[in-house]
Every structure is written in structure tokens, then in C-alpha cells.
Design a binder for this molecule. Structure first.
Ligand code: COA
Length: 329
């Protein structure tokens, strides 16, 4: 393989479901309150997808918007890499449906399963494909419809998650002259695999009446353990991404929207000013793989990514899995 191609982000897009679910919604059936949820998580409402908004639909809309932003056509795309843990169906992957929806005839398309780190994993994979010359224009997508898997009897987890999708078009930097990817990181610690999990539905515990009765098809979260992991991991990823750079060069940090308190604690340790941290968790909750690309798209469209400055994305979640991307916007 020859020299690596420089790689940039040519455009971003996102899609949020129409239905907003305020914190008060949960007060009717679990012991919780709007005040508790706001104070402990920063979430005010989240979006939950309707029957007409499957995961693949949200991905397609986000992808169309990202392609528009990049000034490209679906036919320009030669690979789709899609991070999700809530596919339309267990089989096949979501990305072939997105390819069909976009009307692209021939392209590589595959899903990656990295939970809340799904988009950063997809983006870093897209980077590697373009940098190596394996693909030229890649759609990196992060999407989730976790409302289908939350247990409305479990107050420690059902209030956290929202649905949505976000996308970025990754191309050679020469073509887009924007968002050059300078550094990537992916990490895993499988010893924490039982911090966030779904017990049944996989091949070791396929669905039975018993698994359904035992409510084993819902997401379970060890909130406190994840909290500690998230603060230290976010701090470490951002420090790694910025190593060797002057901190003043940072234009915007776009973190996984996990919990306002987790973000605040990590940012305080890092000494990054509040105005350089993009947060939209109050509107959307934790949208898992969709959280970073939705935030990136809102920051981009809102003019919050200063040209020529560094942008850091970081994500972490079930696995345990984490990732970071450093860009110069
Ligand atoms: C879940 C989370 C919001 C809980 O906040 P916390 O401050 O850590 O709260 P704790 O877990 O210490 O629980 C404190 C009390 O609040 C209770 N509680 C939990 N959820 C509640 C809710 N929705 N409403 C009211 N009380 C709640 C707990 O039962 C506990 O009560 P107890 O002391 O009687 O046992 C927080 O830990 C978190 O955000 N963790 C990471 C979330 C995560 O895993 N995200 C997905 C992966 S990225």
C-alpha cells in the first residue's frame, strides 16, 4: 500500500423523530420526577420514533441531509458504515436497507456493533477505508431506536435513552477541504461487558416465553459503574486526542451525550471552558450511537465549529468500548 490519502468530512446530517417525550411522561408509571431526571442527567425530553420511523428510515434521512451538505449525490458513495445496536431486524444489517432506500446500485455496506461508540467506530473505519484508498466516499452513520428495548418498569434506565440518527460524508481531503481527520482511537475493555447488556435474544438465549416473562429482552444498565468508567474514559480520550497540541487550538469538543454530570466532571478535570463543549442532551437524552453525529451536525449547522480550529469527538459505552476522533475544521 502506498502513502495514505488525507481524509476530511465533507458534510453532516441528522434526523430526530417527531414525537418528543418529556420527563413528566414517566411520572405516571414509575417512581421518578421531572426534577430528579433533570438534576441527575440533564435530560428534559427525548425523541421516540413512531411506527413510520424505523432505524433505516432515520438513517436514510440523515444520510440524504449529509450528502446535500456535502454537495454530493447518493451515486457518489461507494461504502456505507453504520453503527447501531437497534437494527430494524436481527438479520440482515440496516446498511443494505439504507443503500436500497438511497437508490445506490453498487456499494459496500456493513453495520458495526459498538453501542454508544458506534458512530465513532464507523467514522474511524471510514477514515481508514478512504486513507488506504479502499473506498473513496464513505457514509459513516450512527443510528438508534432504543425506545424499542427500554424496560418501562426500570427507572434506572428507561429515562435515559432517545432515538435518532446522524451521518457524515467522509472523502479525500483534496475534494472537501474541510474537517481533516488528524487522529483516531478505538479501545475496548471486555472485563466490563456486563455493565450494559441485554440478556436474551442472542444465540445463547434465543427468545422463549420464559425469556419474555423474565423481561430479558430489555437493556440493563449498571448506572453507577458506567458513571465512573465514563468520567475517567472521556477524560483520557480527550487528553489523548489533544496530546502535543496547544489546548487553545481546541474549537469544540463534541462528546457522547451520556449525562450532563458526566460531561461536566470530565470537562472540569480537563480544564476545558464550558463554551467549547457542545451539549444537546437536554433535548434528546442519550441516543447511543446517534448522539455524537447528531451533536456534530447541530454544531456544524449552528456555526459552532470554528474554521481552522480543532474538533474532538469522543464516545464510550457498552463493551466496554470507546473511541475518539481529532479533526481540524
Ligand atoms: C443512571 C444514572 C442517571 C443514575 O444517577 P446516579 O446519580 O448515579 O444515581 P444512583 O445510581 O446513585 O441512584 C441514586 C438513587 O436514585 C434512584 N433512582 C434511579 N433512577 C431513578 C429515577 N429515574 N428516578 C428517581 N430515582 C431514581 C436509585 O434507585 C437510587 O436509589 P437508592 O439510593 O434508594 O438505591 C447515572 O448513574 C448515569 O447516568 N449512569 C450512566 C448511564 C449509562 O449507563 N448510560 C448508558 C451507557 S453510555
Amino acid at each position: 500500500m502506498g502513502n495514505l490519502t488525507r481524509v476530511g468530512i465533507a458534510g453532516t446530517g441528522s434526523y430526530l423523530p417527531k414525537r418528543a417525550v418529556p420527563n413528566k411522561y414517566f411520572e405516571d408509571f414509575i417512581e421518578t420526577s421531572d426534577e430528579w431526571i433533570r438534576q441527575r442527567t440533564g435530560i428534559e425530553e427525548r425523541r421516540w420514533a413512531g411506527d413510520d420511523e424505523p432505524n433505516s428510515f432515520m438513517c436514510t434521512e440523515a444520510a440524504k441531509r449529509a450528502l446535500d451538505d456535502a454537495g454530493l449525490q447518493p451515486s457518489d458513495v461507494d461504502c456505507i458504515v453504520l453503527g447501531t445496536v437497534s437494527p430494524d431486524r436481527m438479520l440482515p444489517a440496516v446498511s443494505p436497507q439504507v443503500q436500497a432506500n438511497l437508490g445506490i446500485e453498487k456499494t459496500g455496506a456493513f453495520d458495526v456493533v459498538a453501542a454508544c461508540n458506534g458512530f465513532v467506530t464507523a467514522l474511524n473505519t471510514a477514515y481508514a477505508l478512504v486513507a488506504s484508498g479502499t473506498a473513496k466516499r464513505v457514509l459513516a452513520i450512527g443510528a438508534e431506536r432504543l425506545s424499542s428495548f427500554v424496560d418501562l418498569q426500570d427507572r434506572g434506565s428507561c429515562i435515559l435513552f432517545g432515538d435518532g440518527a446522524g451521518a457524515a460524508v467522509v472523502t479525500p481531503f483534496d475534494e472537501c477541504q474541510q474537517g481533516e481527520i488528524l487522529r483516531t482511537q478505538l479501545g475496548t475493555d471486555g472485563s466490563g461487558r456486563d455493565f450494559i447488556y441485554m440478556d436474551a435474544g442472542g444465540s445463547t438465549r434465543p427468545p422463549t416465553h420464559d425469556t419474555i416473562e423474565a423481561r430479558e429482552h430489555f437493556i440493563r444498565v449498571q448506572g453507577r459503574e458506567v458513571y465512573r468508567f465514563a468520567v475517567s474514559t472521556m477524560t483520557q480520550i480527550v487528553a489523548d486526542m489533544l496530546e502535543g497540541y496547544d489546548r487553545d487550538e481546541l474549537g469544540m469538543l463534541v462528546p457522547h451525550q451520556v449525562n450532563q454530570r458526566i460531561i461536566d466532571a470530565a470537562v472540569e478535570r480537563l480544564g476545558i471552558p464550558e463554551e467549547k463543549v457542545f451539549v444537546n442532551i437536554q433535548k434528546y437524552g442519550n441516543t447511543s450511537a446517534a448522539s455524537v453525529p447528531i451533536a456534530l451536525d447541530e454544531a456544524n449547522r449552528g456555526g459552532k465549529l470554528p474554521s481552522g480550529k480543532l474538533v474532538v469527538m469522543c464516545a464510550f459505552g457498552a463493551g466496554l468500548s470507546w473511541g475518539g476522533t481529532l479533526l481540524r475544521w
